[in-house]
Ligand binder design. Sequence first.
Ligand SMILES: [Zn+2]
Length: 240
Amino acid sequence: MTNKTKKRKAVAVFAIPMACLFASSMAIAAEEPNYDFSYEMYGPVTVMIDAGHGGIDSGAIGANGVYEKDLSLQYAQTIGAMIQSLDPSISVLYTRYDDQVPWVDEQNTLDFEVDDLNGRTNAIMAMAPTYVLSVHFNAADDPSASGFCGFVKGEDASSQAVYSKVSQYFQEMGYSYDRGLMTTMDYPLQIVDMNMSSSMLLELGFLTNYFEVSQLSDPSMMNALCMQVARAYVDTIHGV
Ligand SMILES: [Zn+2]
């Protein structure tokens, strides 16, 4: 999301919640959502990871040509795998497993963003995970803008604890800098607000900053960053 986009979205999302509540409940009543989930038994602690964007929505486009939707999927899957490697008792779920966003009828949608957000929200509500992590990357007109930031519910101490660990671990490895944790009281975001889970949208860095997107796209750096995010969740869950 760009800062401009964020402001526009903040206003738009603030106006939507009641409409979304009705739209979501009607969608559930009308037909079962068709995303490809396993409804198998899952453990007492569940982390649901949402790779931002997908399908016809590329998200931001990096200074090196990378699409946000592709990077968010790689990070989501790697973070999930690392959480399970650190503690196999933690169940990990995903909103999407590839480039498809099957909850949106891309040919006939009147508003992709609304349908997309409602589909993700429905998926999260259906699974009721302990934690939700929505993975995104930032973009700005200023190519020197850099850093990571997060968005959580104002009263959500668990996700606030996860973010402070992410920030600590990133800074220990010398990655970028902390732009701060914001609450959805100031920046309403449907993916964070419209569920009962401990939810965070994490912007891992700026794709429009050539140095930062080069770091974010580097496979070994990606693994290192994903490990820090996974550690932040596992340590928070373990009460470390
Ligand atoms: Zn995004």
